[in-house]
Design a binder for this molecule. Structure first.
Ligand code: NDP
Length: 246
């Protein structure tokens, strides 16, 4: 496991947007960021799930979160721009952006993948991070320092049979991370990195490995040290890196 002990106030006064914040790793990330002092903007497609995370953060007495319902398959350029405007009016900056939302899509031979399914996976796993980053760049630049975090996968670093558009989208996400990171010159206060969660007990993992015993897997909460490290100021000099959470 990634060896990092986050100080309790690591993310105090930071505003961090997490996509796919209603479930799995994104939910754990949102809860953990809030517990370390951040104001978290919860983005996802299912209102009831986001509300449950919102309520848990409020009940724990952590900073009041923001909430944004957005389906990343159908989101338009205007949706992203409107969100950026709202965040600018409310917070004036964004210190962290976690591209976590993901779609597994079909796991089959590449030539059996339906074009529609291919496009949906690309929308959520690749196009949405691009569109969201593009819209949020002025807010990220307005922060004292900012961290963009791309949640990748081991099959986004080494190809594997039957992982179809999911694997290809994660390879592209790694490329997106590298290019964006390389564009941050000496004057930029933005850093961009990717993180591979490794096998983690979530709905997506269960969908990919239905016969696996979930109890043997680490929980989303257990992999949070790496996320906190990359979002907090202890990683200020880390840019363009592909890290593993386990
Ligand atoms: P989950 O399926 O548990 O969560 C995925 C999240 O993404 C959900 O909150 C889901 O929302 C959201 N999401 C999916 N489609 C959309 C959409 N169209 N618009 C908005 N939000 C959407 O998966 P994990 O927590 O396991 O995955 C999180 C990330 O970690 C993903 O990027 C995944 O690829 C990566 N990962 C996970 C691994 C694992 O073992 N779990 C291993 C390697 C990488 P909703 O709940 O409303 O459907």
């Amino acid at each position: 496991m990634f060896d990092y002990q986050a100080p309790a106030d690591l993310l105090r006064d930071k505003v961090i947007l997490v996509t796919g914040a209603g479930d799995g790793i994104g939910k754990a990330c949102a809860l953990s960021c809030a517990a370390h002092g951040a104001t978290v903007v919860l983005l996802g497609r299912t209102l009831s799930k986001l509300e449950a995370v919102y309520d848990a953060i409020e009940a724990a007495g952590h900073p009041q979160p923001g909430l944004c319902v957005l389906d990343l398959v159908t989101a338009t350029e205007k949706d992203y721009d409107d969100l950026a405007d709202q965040l600018f009016d409310t917070f004036g900056k964004l210190d962290g952006l976690v591209h976590n939302a993901g779609l597994l899509g079909p796991r089959t031979l590449m030539d059996q993948v339906k074009p529609e399914a291919w496009l949906q996976v690309m929308q959520v796993n690749l196009h949405a991070p691009f569109m969201l980053t593009r819209a949020m760049m002025p807010l990220l630049r307005a922060a004292e320092t900012a961290s963009v975090l791309c949640v990748s996968s081991s099959v986004g670093r080494t190809g594997r049979a039957y992982w179809g558009p999911y694997a290809v989208s994660k390879f592209a996400l790694e490329g997106f991370m590298q290019v964006l990171a390389d564009e941050q010159d000496g004057t930029s206060k933005i850093r961009v990195n990717s993180i591979n969660p490794g096998a983690t007990r979530t709905a997506m993992r269960a969908e990919a490995y239905p016969s696996e015993e979930p109890g043997n897997l680490v929980t989303p909460a257990e992999i949070m040290p790496a996320f906190l490290y990359l979002l907090g100021d202890d990683s200020l000099t880390v840019n363009g890196q592909a890290l593993d959470a386990q």
